[in-house]
Design a protein around this ligand. Structure first.
Ligand SMILES: *[C@@H]1O[C@H](CO)[C@@H](O)[C@H](O)[C@H]1NC(C)=O
Ligand SMILES: *[C@@H]1O[C@H](CO)[C@@H](O)[C@H](O)[C@H]1NC(C)=O
Ligand SMILES: *[C@@H]1O[C@H](CO)[C@@H](O)[C@H](O)[C@H]1NC(C)=O
Ligand SMILES: *[C@@H]1O[C@H](CO)[C@@H](O)[C@H](O)[C@H]1NC(C)=O
Ligand SMILES: *[C@@H]1O[C@H](CO)[C@@H](O)[C@H](O)[C@H]1NC(C)=O
Ligand SMILES: *[C@@H]1O[C@H](CO)[C@@H](O)[C@H](O)[C@H]1NC(C)=O
Length: 384
């Protein structure tokens, strides 16, 4: 059953001598044996993405994601589209850093150890529809790039005033030392489907989406970013909101829509190529590609084996085959949370539960699904 889950990299990480260099450090070119290499000690995380990693951006700008969001861990809404923590929260925790404040959140934010530019509904390419019309965020990845540029410049200006500002904003050295994380692209694909494009039409937009992604990563590199951790896109053909909205007759053994997941995998093959180009073009950067698709698909396909009762059906929702309705979303009138969200992979038909996110994080943290196959704490190293 687990056979298909074996990752080609799984034994590669530490079983043999790996020649790696510290990306961006003056020691470029030195090689280390993996066993004696120190962990990276990232002073900060700067995150870019969509609802998979939004810790309060869309909520700050367009109104809170209301209850029951946040009920499991925070016990109140906490800007996340889930009952609790997201993969990015577990990443921060693993690196010994506080949960990330959203760049857009003016209230109570502390950016000493990073900032989160992600907003729910964000795409890589700017959309030609408003949030109200389509549900996609105007804070597309290029805008998140502008915000990062602004943050980098103004945080240093303001920090130099001293006092409380030194306790709210990152040190100048934190930008080169930081981990830059990305989880974005899914919404470019679903947005195209929701505009009634056919599958070949959706596939045809992928090269432009990837070239815009690459431009933003390069711009961050040009401003001093050196360590990049890039999630590929998940199997969105397993999400109720896609299945309820875009008709398909082809389902796989997990109950997921075949054409949607095929498009996700085409996107991911392109993304992996783009990451390869970035490594060539940015010789000082360490760029890690993480196969989150494989992990999420395994979780949904073998949900029971991994301790979950429901894979596609939403915990919080209303009606239909998937406990999901476009008209009555999680938190609205009848759409309440289920008794035990930890038994559900899916929270609201679109997003994962905290339990789902934790399971996903546990798979990726050690590097089994990464290229190069290094653990999260070693993601500052570049494989030569
Ligand atoms: C938005 O419209 C412009 C101009 O027609 C076009 O170049 C661009 O590709 C469109 N963007 C998307 C996401 O469809
Ligand atoms: C920030 O921007 C200002 C004006 O645009 C510029 O003069 C200054 O050098 C920039 N500072 C940094 C730290 O980039
Ligand atoms: C912001 O967070 C850092 C690290 O957790 C902490 O040291 C600092 O005191 C906080 N700043 C304020 C103003 O509370
Ligand atoms: C897509 O097609 C559906 C069904 O025909 C229609 O109701 C909807 O308005 C169309 N959406 C767009 C953006 O054209
Ligand atoms: C989940 O499944 C187990 C065993 O199959 C069952 O005992 C339990 O009641 C189920 N829990 C929920 C919340 O459905
Ligand atoms: C679906 O949503 C309702 C609330 O609308 C909830 O009570 C129920 O437990 C959910 N789950 C399932 C599998 O129906």
């Amino acid at each position: 059953m687990e056979g298909s889950f074996v990752n080609p990299y799984s034994s590669a990480a530490f079983s043999f001598f790996l020649s790696i260099i510290i990306a961006g450090a003056t020691t470029s070119g030195s090689s280390y044996s993996a066993a004696s290499t120190p962990t990276c000690d990232f002073p900060a995380i700067f995150n870019f993405g969509d609802s998979n990693s939004d810790t309060g951006g869309l909520s700050a700008a367009f109104g809170q994601a209301g209850p029951p969001a946040g009920e499991t861990f925070f016990h109140h809404p906490a800007g996340r589209y889930s009952d609790g923590r997201l993969v990015i929260d577990f990443i921060a925790q693993e690196l010994g850093l506080p949960y990330l404040s959203a760049f857009l959140d003016a209230i109570g934010s502390n950016f000493t150890h990073g900032a989160n530019f992600a907003t729910a509904g964000s795409t890589i390419r700017p959309q030609n529809t408003t949030l109200h019309q389509s549900g996609f965020s105007p804070i597309s990845l290029n805008v998140q790039g502008y915000q990062f540029h602004d943050f980098l410049n103004r945080s240093q200006l303001v920090r130099s005033r001293g006092g409380v500002y030194e306790k709210l904003l990152p040190k100048p050295t934190s930008f080169a030392g930081a981990l830059y994380t990305f989880d974005i692209g899914q919404n470019d694909l679903t947005a195209a489907y929701f505009l009634n494009m056919t599958t070949p039409q959706v596939v045809a937009v992928i090269p432009d989406v990837l070239s815009q992604f690459k431009a933003v990563v390069k711009a961050i590199h040009d401003q001093g970013g050196r360590h990049f951790w890039i999630h590929n896109t998940g199997p969105f053909g397993c999400l109720a909101y896609v299945l309820a909205r875009v008709p398909t007759a082809q389902f796989d053994e997990a109950g997921c829509g075949v054409p949607f997941n095929r498009v996700a995998r085409i996107f991911n093959r392109g993304l992996k190529k783009t990451v390869g180009q970035l490594r060539k073009e940015l010789p000082l950067a360490a760029v890690t590609y993480v196969d989150v698709y494989k992990v999420k698909y395994e979780l949904i396909r073998h949900a029971k084996l991994h301790g979950f009762n429901e894979s596609i059906r939403a915990c919080c929702g209303y009606g239909g085959e998937y406990n999901y309705s476009r008209e009555i979303g999680c938190g609205e009138i009848e759409a309440k949370s289920c008794k035990d969200p930890s038994r559900y992979v899916n929270w609201d038909g679109v997003h994962y539960t905290e339990a789902g996110n934790k399971w996903i994080f546990d798979q990726i943290v050690g590097g089994r699904f990464s290229d190069p196959p290094l653990p999260l704490r070693m993601a500052c190293y570049r494989k030569e």
